[in-house]
Design a binder for this molecule. Structure first.
Ligand SMILES: [Zn+2]
Length: 332
């Protein structure tokens, strides 16, 4: 007979299995003191890997994440995916051997137009890394802040520009490696929904933002959040903290921005019972909010072109959160 204690344990386990989360780590440069704001020390990277293993997260390839998002892979437990943006040479010179020695897969999002320049990877380095299982993905040709172009051109012109840049990167990568990239990371994490539509039309399978927070499969395939682990955010306590957070799920898109006024009305479905909720906007910090029947309300005036809105909720046990990019083409 199964003991009562075991049954309870099994039940707890099943609940955990039912709602796996994925935390995508984001790095840029390694062991490069010249650029502190985008640098991570490989000593810190090793600690991150150790923490992830100690906390019993699975470590996935980006292909695992694709399979999970499209339903052909089941998650046995929460998972972490390692990604590195831009394709700086320090990935090859410093991080590559650390990842390899720990058996940790990772994906490099390449700024294709920069390959071969002094601070960036060369095609030879990329070839070698591909042979050893490193995955590469598209981070544009020119690293343009595409939505920002809307302050000086029409939406159609901007989208045309985005698509031309995207396909140029695709063509060059295919010519040099024989491979087709199917994942995209928006430069600066800046995007509008129509850019995601173009990616989908062109056969891309996943796209990544720079909104922090864990990923829930209900978020879809084209705005996958990532946690930047640099500077103060590379510390052990921060990494443990971000791995403890759960994805917040809302019923609909929880905000509108009209004439510079951000109005939040967020009906939260995960967690089921919200005890506390907070709203944070990058330009303003915490803003005043009201909670009623699992719905959080708030309003504030915004000046900047880009803001990140964070909705955070607690059910008494855990913190749940989701970040949204709030874009205003008329903003400063
Ligand atoms: Zn970048």
């Amino acid at each position: 007979m199964l003991s009562r204690k075991f049954m309870v344990l099994l039940l707890v386990l099943l609940c955990v299995l039912a709602q796996a989360k994925v935390v995508v780590f984001l790095y840029h440069r390694f062991d490069d003191a010249r650029y502190p704001s985008t640098n991570t020390w490989t000593e810190e990277l090793e600690r991150h890997i150790k923490i992830v293993k100690e906390l019993d997260f699975d470590i996935w390839t980006i292909k695992d994440l694709e399979d999970y998002v499209y339903g052909s892979k089941k998650a046995n437990k929460d998972a972490v995916v390692f990604t590195v943006d831009d394709g700086y040479r320090s990935v090859y010179e410093h991080a590559y051997k650390v990842f390899q020695s720990h058996g940790v897969p990772f994906c490099v999002f390449l700024q294709i137009g920069a390959v071969g320049y002094s601070d960036y990877l060369t095609w030879e380095m990329i070839d070698e890394m591909i042979r050893n299982g490193v995955e590469f993905a598209n981070h544009s040709f020119s690293h343009t802040d595409f939505p920002a172009l809307l302050s000086k051109m029409s939406e159609n012109q901007m989208l045309e520009y985005f698509k031309t840049d995207l396909m140029k990167a695709q063509r060059i990568f295919k010519e040099r490696t024989g491979k087709t990239m199917v994942y995209y990371a928006y430069p600066y994490g800046h995007y509008i929904p129509k850019m995601a539509e173009i990616l989908q039309q062109e056969g891309f399978l996943l796209a990544f933002s720079q909104n922090p927070g864990p990923y829930d499969v209900s978020y879809g395939a084209f705005e996958i959040p990532r946690e930047p682990l640099l500077e103060d955010w590379a510390t052990e306590s921060h990494v443990r903290y971000i791995l403890s957070r759960e994805p917040l799920v809302t019923e609909n898109l929880p905000f509108v921005l009209q004439n510079g006024i951000l109005t939040v009305k967020s009906k939260i479905v995960v967690p089921k019972e919200v005890r506390y909720a907070t709203l944070y906007v990058s330009e303003k910090g915490l803003i005043k909010s009201r909670l009623e029947n699992n719905t959080v309300f708030g309003e504030t005036a915004l000046k900047k072109m880009y803001n990140r809105l964070m909705i955070s909720a607690r059910d008494g046990k855990k913190e749940y959160l989701r970040y949204y990019l709030v874009f205003n083409a008329q903003g400063e």
